[in-house]
Design a protein around this ligand. Sequence first.
Ligand code: GMT
Length: 376
Amino acid sequence: MKIAIVCYPTFGGSGVVATELGLALSRRGHEVHFITYKQPVRLETISSHIRFHEVNVPEYPLFHYQPYELALSSKLVNVVKNYGIEVLHVHYAIPHAYAGYMAKKMLEEEGVYIPMVTTLHGTDITLVGNHPFYKPAVTFSINNSDIVTSVSESLKEDTLKFFDIRKKIEVIPNFIDVSKFKQKIFTDCQRELMAHDDERIITHVSNFRKVKRVEDVVRIFFEIQKNVKARLMMVGEGPERENAEKLVRELDITDRVLFLGQSNEIDKILCFSDLFLLPSETESFGLAALEAMVQSVPVISSNTGGLPEVNVNDFSGFLHEVGDINGMAKSAVFILQDISVLNKFKEQAREAAERFDINQIVPMYEELYEKALIQA
Ligand code: GMT
């Protein structure tokens, strides 16, 4: 099948899922065309089965805002026509579903019919999309997609709660390539560069937006290190980094906390981590937690959104109410202070991650593409 994938190319869950999906589809014999404004971060190989089409938006003095949707829909029209694309899969409703719909309509004028699958990822529904500025356009784009998927049951419920939706929403959870982590892929984890043998390594990975509650991460760690010798790795970049760094200075734990910035080596960092913290305000799925779990890293998270569908309480880690810093710290200490408990949770985290193996999830998308083609 010839599939066009529209996504955000930057660091962030939806772009990662879209890229990994495209790569997996190409390995399964499909021809995949990525269409976005920059080469997606995890898209390292361009082959005859994988193509990247860059969307350019030339500057013009009249435009206060560059009309990206317009450029994207025009690019989609051209790629669909030039490469005989059969299915269009857009990730993140804003503005991709809207631009996709416009492209679909333009193509129809020329007698070309292309089904559009829209995957909802989270903040496009729970935060941004729900804003009155965007809500009518988001509702319209969802209702006019041929097939709609969401990455968790919780996100499906939120979509039906916040928007007036007439479409069926299929839940296809995010996934991970379990086989990639069957054996420890890094023979040299270089743990010793990060911490002493008797210290536990605690990690947080995010885009440091308000929704991630990074200050809670620091405060939870502050409580943990009173009981267990530990270090905190803060991985990522975003608007809340400065506040988090300030808090680290105020709490006088600068020698225990490392801000690593945006990294292409998340797998390597997780490889030597003992615990992952994700105390988010809202989280439709929590791909970062799944990426930790598959590397046998237990997770302490909030119990919001889709997180309970991923992190299994008292098995792969623990879940607490949003903002329950003491509860999260207590659970973390429980896991970390006894090596046999830690090892048990590590094993269980890995086992819980296996439910989301790529080989079980990608065929679900293929089935939907087939369905979309039949409907066409
Ligand atoms: O985490 C973010 O803020 C980025 C955002 C995105 O769309 O890139 O992530 C959302 O989609 C991910 C992939 O489906 C989910 O794993 C994240 O839970 C979700 N983020 C939120 O709901 C806050």
